[in-house]
Ligand binder design. Structure first.
Ligand code: 3AM
Length: 228
């Protein structure tokens, strides 16, 4: 199945983006673009591609650990940008360094599970609002999002999402997304029964740790929206 890991903004945050998207859709040329549905709005952390069922147990165990090693963090929607003339997106602000670290850990978890991940590109947090089949000048749309600031929320988990591509052949139809698992961020709370300390099983049951690809050395961290 086709999978990706993502941060899913809560419904009330997506709601704040609705009027922005509506304004953009009213701009000249917008009717020729494919607009994503708000139910599926997400910040992709890592695109995992086709994953065989047999890999799922190890993949989910590793993603779970990646989430556990990353604490919760604050995020908000801010402004927008575009990738060339093809993709228009809303941007993010807040603890982008942690978001990026989570993306790197998700990527590493997938790679170590045996998935052929693409070479790591610079991670650019974005929530895709629209795609265009042809190259369009998306700058006016991105500029129209200048000044947009959403309410901050605390990112508390990472989602593993299944993407089903449209098979109908109907032009403009969207992939359908289904959240399979949500991995909580931050250390698991261990409530020892009867006050006894639980033994640590890591090392023994989980094998080699994933290491930490998330060292914060990225000179691009915290820069403004790319592609503009
Ligand atoms: O977060 P967005 O919407 O930009 O574009 C796809 C979407 O990203 C991306 O994964 C997300 C969920 O489908 N995607 C699809 N195919 C991809 C690929 N081959 C891909 N990303 C990288 N490589």
């Amino acid at each position: 199945m086709r999978l990706f890991a993502a941060v899913l903004p809560p419904a009330e945050v997506r709601k704040e983006l609705d009027p922005v998207r509506d304004r953009l859709r009213a701009m000249p040329g917008a009717e020729g673009m494919r607009w994503t549905g708000r139910e599926g709005w997400h910040f992709t952390l890592a695109f995992l591609g086709e994953v065989e069922d047999a890999l799922l147990p190890e993949l989910t165990a590793r993603l779970e650990r990646a989430g556990r090693r990353t604490g919760t963090f604050a995020l908000r929607l801010r402004g927008g940008g575009h990738f060339g003339g093809r993709a228009l997106w809303a941007g993010a602000a807040g603890d982008i360094a942690t978001l990026r670290r989570l993306a790197e850990r998700a990527d590493a978890a997938a790679r170590r599970s045996g998935l052929p991940m693409e070479e790591h590109r610079h991670y650019r947090p974005h929530l895709t609002l629209a795609h265009s089949r042809t190259d369009l000048d998306l700058r006016p749309y991105a500029s129209a999002m200048d000044g947009f600031e959403g309410t901050p929320w605390e990112v508390a988990d990472m989602a593993l999402v299944r993407s089903r591509l449209p098979v109908s052949g109907v032009r403009g139809e969207q992939p359908r997304y289904e959240t399979l698992v949500r991995f909580p961020l931050g250390p698991a709370r261990q409530e020892p029964p009867n006050g006894r300390t639980q033994g640590r099983t890591q090392g023994r049951t989980q094998g080699k740790p994933d290491g930490d690809p998330g060292a914060d050395h990225d000179p691009g961290a915290g820069r403004g929206a790319p592609g503009r």
